[in-house]
Design a binder for this molecule. Structure first.
Ligand code: EPZ
Length: 420
């Protein structure tokens, strides 16, 4: 298992280019199931999760060509079969459950292994199933599988008890060719939902209300192939913004959609970070001493849960008391025990973490417990005294393309140790 070794204390300088958003590309890949034509996804991030989802579609006899150099994925589902996908792949990555909606829409029935939970929470699918049932789908669960069948899909009004990203996406994809109109109320508003909706509309779907909490889908007869360039990854951008803040550096981040990072820039500005947009780039200057702030993760446009761990690393190094409240996932503070090994002062009380800033963090051996926790440990390693060695970095590779190369280009002392 590979490791990352970071020697702290380097200032960062220069520029970093942000990749396309993992959480936009994954549902877009699943949506290619809806058309029997070829689809092309440009500038796709060459990430483990992208490869795993492509493997899951290949296990359904989709024909997929990935050009790693160009970041281009060509997906041809003309030969798609309604067979059971490779259960191991589904369990390996919960986002593969996003093929459920498109497969029901295309074939009227589908059987797939129940997605597992993960380190950050049980990750239920009750809202996905509530939406499918409302569309006329019969759902059976047993022996670790969920089986869906529907003679016809009929549009419905669906209220989501929680604005679930995945449930909104799955219901959108299940209803694009249903008879009549579907209205999703209390829908998730994340930019990645809007991007999926734009991709579906480019395939001929009729979706309005994207980016709001009420999405209307008018069923159409069929969808055609499309070419699409997904949005930039606001969480990768936020990760590098915090890297600049934690090392008191000035860097330029290329690949920014200003609206998408507003919850993050608002918090960093409150702390005293100077930021300025220039076209699709953000120049961030964090040379000043920063102030502690309180963070509460919320559905978009609130502060993103996927930035909570990274922000915790920063707050550990800022004099004063900060309180972080995690409202989205029930177990998303595992990075705190690893940060405490580096000398951080963090008290966890249920969904809240009280962080007392310390003068210094010291490098040591730590373990990535999930994708964003791993990113948070890299950030802590950048300023930890001495060497920080991060293991289980396969978590990090799920969501960041060549993260050590990007940090090295910014001047960090970081290297990947390939373990056989
Ligand atoms: C997506 O996960 C993202 N993943 C996550 O990013 C992100 O943290 C999350 O949205 C929240 O923004 C992808 O897009 C691939 P949810 P998803 O359904 O869709 C509850 C990362 O680091 N819930 O909005 O699984 C659930 O328990 C990953 O890139 C139900 O109760 O998130 C959780 O508490 C981590 N019933 C909350 O909603 C359901 O049927 C948020 O889940 C579904 C969800």
């Amino acid at each position: 298992m590979d490791k990352l070794v970071i020697r702290g204390g380097c200032k960062l300088r220069g520029e970093v280019d942000i990749d396309a958003a993992k959480n936009a590309v994954l549902p877009i890949i699943a949506a290619c199931i809806l058309s029997g034509d070829k689809c092309e996804i440009w500038n796709a991030p060459m990430l483990r999760d992208v490869f795993v989802l492509c493997e899951a579609l290949k296990s359904l006899c989709a024909d997929i060509d990935i050009d790693v150099e160009k970041g281009k994925i060509i997906i041809d589902t003309s030969g798609l079969m309604n067979v059971e996908p490779d259960g191991e792949l589904i369990r390996k990555m919960r986002a593969s459950f996003l093929i459920m909606g498109p497969m029901i829409s295309r074939f009227g029935k589908f059987k797939v292994s129940l997605p597992g939970g993960c380190n950050i929470g049980t990750r239920p699918i009750d809202l996905h199933l509530k939406g499918f049932r409302a569309l006329g789908v019969d759902i059976k669960i047993g022996h670790g599988y969920v089986e869906a069948s529907a003679s016809r899909l009929i549009g419905a009004r669906i209220y989501l008890d929680f604005p679930s990203v995945g449930a909104t996406e799955n219901i959108m994809m299940a209803s694009v060719m249903a008879e009549g109109e579907t209205i999703i109320e209390n829908a998730a508003e994340e930019p990645e939902i809007e991007d999926l909706g734009k991709f579906l509309n480019s395939m001929g779907a009729k979706i309005t209300g994207l980016g709001t909490d009420t999405i209307k889908i008018t069923g159409v007869k069929e969808l055609r192939g499309a070419s699409y360039k997904p949005i930039f990854d606001r969480i990768e951008a936020g990760t590098f913004m915090i890297a600049a803040a934690i090392t008191k550096s000035t860097i330029k981040i290329n690949g920014i959609i200003e609206d998408h990072i507003k919850p993050i820039t608002a918090k960093l500005a409150e702390m005293g970070v100077d930021m300025e947009m220039s076209g699709e780039s953000l120049i961030i200057d964090a040379a000043r001493d920063l102030k502690p702030v309180d963070i509460k993760t919320m559905p978009y446009p609130g502060f993103p849960t996927d930035m909570q761990a990274q922000m915790m690393s920063l707050l550990c190094c800022i004099k004063g008391t900060s309180v972080i409240t995690e409202t989205i996932f029930e177990n998303r503070f595992m990075h705190s025990s690893e940060l405490k090994r580096m000398g951080a002062s963090i008290k966890i009380d249920g969904r809240s973490a009280v962080v007392e800033g310390v003068d210094r963090l010291t490098g040591c051996e730590v373990k990535a417990t999930d994708l964003r926790a791993g990113a948070a440990l890299i950030l802590a390693g950048l300023i930890g005294e001495g060497c920080t060695e991060i293991s289980d970095i396969y978590h990090i590779d799920r969501g960041y393309v060549g993260i050590e190369k990007k940090f090295k280009n910014l001047g960090a002392n970081i290297k990947r140790i390939i373990m056989d």
